[in-house]
Design a protein around this ligand. Structure first.
Ligand SMILES: [Zn+2]
Ligand SMILES: [Zn+2]
Length: 343
């Protein structure tokens, strides 16, 4: 089969590799669509916890091609969204029901073979029926599952005034989850007008067009929306210069949620006195486990919308162009690889 293969960071080829076979308890999926996100750029550069050689692609939707021994409840031909996380089940964190911190955490497309390929092998229990969803909706299941986990972590108080930095796919999904999860008002700040327009079409109350190259000025534009402070400031950009300023935007007793992925070596300065005196809370939210079913329920009901999020699709052979689009095409909100096409 054809697959994207990285031999090392920064060095990939679209090449022919042996067709994988499902072992006991596994299924082989024919990939229909695999979403790309900023994480794939980090992986390209050797960041996150990527391990090579690697076929990336962690946002996987496919049709069941073949069932391994002992698999029940799935049918050949069925469309599923695949939870890319693999948990060991026996480390100290798994045994205390904190599987996200699994010492042997594996993630298809990060440190195990992922979905930028014609076929991918997935554990059967990680396959969630998505037969009733169109591909452009189903493909946001993984990022939305991460958002569901973020909402669990945030534990939002009803009536909260919330600002989200970042109007990328994640920011737009998170803003909707906040909106329907009890926030009284949601403001989204981002540097791209069409993405903010989409945010408004999804019901977001207020948007602020900011200039990425001027973080200090951007913060002041956002502060003007809530001069007395937001209850919650969420960073969905991973930009340290924004995260650093988030405490100044929340009310006393407020919460900063670090949702976007910063670089591993990035550092920001917080005032411990301010965190103490103002009783601020800083929370982190990383990936997800066990959130696919709720993400699919939100997509199925239409409560959370995905229309317009995927703006660019590419064939498998065009993986390089897809990376370029994610990296630098301002008209690209979300790109996806559709292995069955060539354009
Ligand atoms: Zn992703
Ligand atoms: Zn574990």
């Amino acid at each position: 089969m054809r697959a994207v293969v990285y031999e090392s960071a920064g060095h990939f080829a679209v090449t022919t590799v042996p067709t994988p076979r499902p072992a006991r308890g596994e299924v082989l999926l024919r990939v229909e669509i695999a979403g790309m996100c900023g994480t794939d750029l980090h992986i390209h550069d050797g960041g996150f916890f990527s391990a090579y050689p690697l076929t990336p692609g962690h946002e996987i939707v496919g049709r069941v091609e073949e069932l391994g021994d002992g698999v029940a409840g799935l049918d050949v031909g069925q469309r599923v969204a695949a939870d890319n996380t693999v948990l060991c089940g026996h480390c100290s964190y798994c045994r205390r029901d904190q599987p996200l911190f699994c010492r042997n955490f594996r993630s298809l497309g990060v440190n195990a073979a992922g979905g930028f390929a014609e076929l991918v092998v997935v554990r059967a229990e990680k396959c969630f029926d998505a037969g009733d969803l169109d591909l452009m909706t189903a493909v946001v299941t993984e990022p939305l599952a991460c958002v569901v986990h973020g909402m669990d972590v945030l534990d939002l108080r009803p009536g909260a005034d919330v600002v989200v930095f970042g109007a990328g796919p994640t920011g737009l999904l998170l803003a909707q989850a906040l909106l329907h999860g009890g926030a009284a008002r949601v403001t989204v700040a981002g540097p791209t007008a069409f993405k903010l327009e989409l945010a408004r079409s999804f019901g977001v109350d207020c948007t602020v067009l900011v200039d990425r190259s001027a973080p200090a000025e951007s913060i002041e534009l956002v502060r003007a929306v809530a001069p007395d402070g937001f209850d919650v400031a969420v960073d969905a950009t991973g930009a340290p210069e924004l995260i650093e300023r988030c405490p100044s935007l929340v009310r006393d007793g407020g919460t900063v949620l670090v949702y976007g992925m910063a670089g591993e070596s990035d550092r920001t300065a917080f005032s411990p006195y301010e965190i103490f005196r103002r009783e601020l809370t800083v929370k982190g939210s990383f990936a997800q486990t066990h959130c696919f079913d709720r993400a699919l329920a939100e997509l199925r009901s239409g409560r959370i919308r995905a229309d317009g999020i995927v703006t660019h699709t590419f064939g498998l052979e065009e993986f390089g162009a897809a990376l370029d689009a994610v990296r630098s095409d301002r008209s690209c909100l979300k790109a996806a690889i559709v292995p069955g096409t060539s354009s």
